[in-house]
Design a protein around this ligand. Structure first.
Ligand code: SF4
Ligand code: SF4
Length: 465
């Protein structure tokens, strides 16, 4: 049983008996649709091109999970530096808080990949092959035995599947790089069954989402929509209906009615099926379709645009608008704090790392001439250029020398090696346990690290001549 019209207290895309009411939003044109189309295409190009554009020898965005390296526009983070992701993610969170407090669900309507791909790719294909909303609804009612339905809807599904495969492959390229992805494709699925499985499952999920689930993802799954009610206030820019101007509704020529003629065009174009005239609702993703639809109606009637418009709830109620509010300062302060810590941390990141662990087993060995301690050095070059590492003893007890790192160790960009190191002290010089300070230097660059280790051995009286 379909709903007669949207009701604020329930979700339009679900019928009262719990079945799905599949929405067929009408196409719309206007200023906001045009800018959304332009920004949507720009975003799709951005998503698709990032794994292709090289910066400092790596794709602009490359999350190289296999080698635990993460490349962001020429800046490389090793897995050891990923604690910085905490500041990055919280920074993004506070940015979203700030943007939401100022502009409502601008992200949802204009930049979220779900909206961008739905409106500018899948919905475009659907309208091209099945016609406008009316034709789509007619096709819904036709039996699958009809060859026209098989041809039209079947072709649409084929295109949807192709687009889903392409999106999944672009997504995978962010993690394995384009050349490697191309290698996987040439090798065939059995050679890289795990990546193939990822592509199959992701493609099926995308296909399901964009073919059937659609606006349900925004309404029932995405947490951001739920958060919005806590983030916005009466001065946030939202899309709303000016009921003082629009009510009471009535035909254009009737005396004493408002500007809304009750044409329902704003409802027909809404991708989540709501009636914005009933007030701000959680389902509204801020796509601005209803603004363009209503402006077109107002233009035809020769009335002022903006019966539905971007405004604050205070503005729509005729009260004073206030942009600067205390909560903005709170979000800004948190954002500035996070950004400051992240910038400081990024500028102090070391271009390499050295760790030293004692070899398992006996902590020392005593032979005819020496007391020996054995260590394992783990060296990581975090730079995108080769670095030669050298080791010297900065301070130690007399007679301490080392073996195992006597030549410079050259590491390729982003390479990681483990090398044994033996610290030795002649028995004659050994006067008990001591501290050895080791100095590592990387060339070229300013990488210098000192490490202190305890030189262990027996009671000197036990080995004195
Ligand atoms: S499009 Fe404008 S005039 Fe038509 S019903 Fe919606 S608000 Fe009223
Ligand atoms: S109410 Fe308007 S802005 Fe909100 S989702 Fe519907 S068409 Fe888009």
């Amino acid at each position: 049983m379909a709903k007669a019209s949207p009701v604020r207290e329930s979700v339009t895309s679900i019928n009262v008996d719990g079945s799905r009411n599949f929405l067929r939003p009408a196409d719309v044109s206007g200023k906001f649709s045009l800018w959304r189309r332009i920004s949507g295409i720009a975003l799709i190009l951005f998503y698709v091109l990032m794994p292709w554009i090289p910066i400092n020898g790596y794709p602009a965005l490359f999350f190289d999970v296999a080698n635990r390296r993460f490349h962001f526009f020429g800046y490389t983070l090793a897995a050891q530096d990923m604690w910085m992701a905490f500041f990055f993610i919280t920074g993004l969170g506070f940015t979203l808080f700030l943007v939401t407090a100022l502009f409502g669900r601008l992200w949802c309507g204009w930049a979220c990949p779900q909206t961008v791909f739905m409106e500018h790719v899948y919905r475009r294909i659907e309208r091209l092959l099945e016609g406008d909303a009316l034709s789509q609804r007619k096709l819904d009612k036709v039996s699958w035995a009809d060859p026209v339905k098989i041809l039209r809807r079947g072709t649409k599904y084929v295109f949807f599947a192709i687009v889903s495969v392409l999106i999944t492959n672009v997504f995978l390229a962010y993690f394995v790089s384009v050349p490697q992805l191309w290698g996987y494709i040439l090798d065939g699925p059995l050679e890289h069954w795990d990546s193939f499985l990822f592509v199959v499952v992701s493609t099926l999920l995308l296909f399901f989402n964009f073919t059937w689930f659609r606006e349900q993802l925004c309404i029932f799954i995405c947490p951001y929509g739920r958060l919005q009610s806590a983030l916005i206030d009466d001065d946030t820019l939202v899309i709303g209906y000016d009921d003082k101007r629009g009510e009471p509704r009535g035909p254009p020529k009737r005396e004493g009615v408002g500007d809304c003629i009750g044409c329902n065009r704003c409802v027909q174009v809404c991708p989540t099926g709501i009636d914005i005239r009933q007030g701000l609702q959680i389902e509204c993703i801020g796509c601005a379709n209803c603004i363009d639809a209503c402006n077109t109606v107002m233009d035809k009637l020769g009335r002022e645009r903006g019966l539905i418009r971007y405004d604050s709830l205070n503005g729509l109620a005729g009260k004073a608008r206030k942009i600067i509010r205390p909560r903005l300062f709170a979000y800004l302060a948190l954002l500035a704090l996070g950004a400051g810590v992240m910038t400081f941390a990024a500028s102090h990141l070391k271009p390499g790392s050295v760790s030293l662990v004692r070899m398992p087993g006996s902590p020392y060995v005593v032979d005819q001439n020496d007391v020996r301690n054995q260590f394992l050095i783990r060296l990581i070059n975090k730079r995108n250029a080769p670095v030669a590492y050298t080791l010297t003893i900065e301070s130690s007890a007399p007679g301490v020398s080392f073996a195992g790192f006597d030549q410079a160790v050259e590491l390729a960009p982003m390479e990681e090696v483990q090398r044994p190191l033996v610290l030795m002290q002649q028995r004659a010089d050994y006067k008990g346990e001591s501290t050895v300070t080791l100095h590592f230097k990387g060339e070229p660059g300013e990488f210098e690290v000192t490490k202190q280790v305890n030189f262990l051995g027996p009671d000197p009286r036990l080995i004195s001549p």
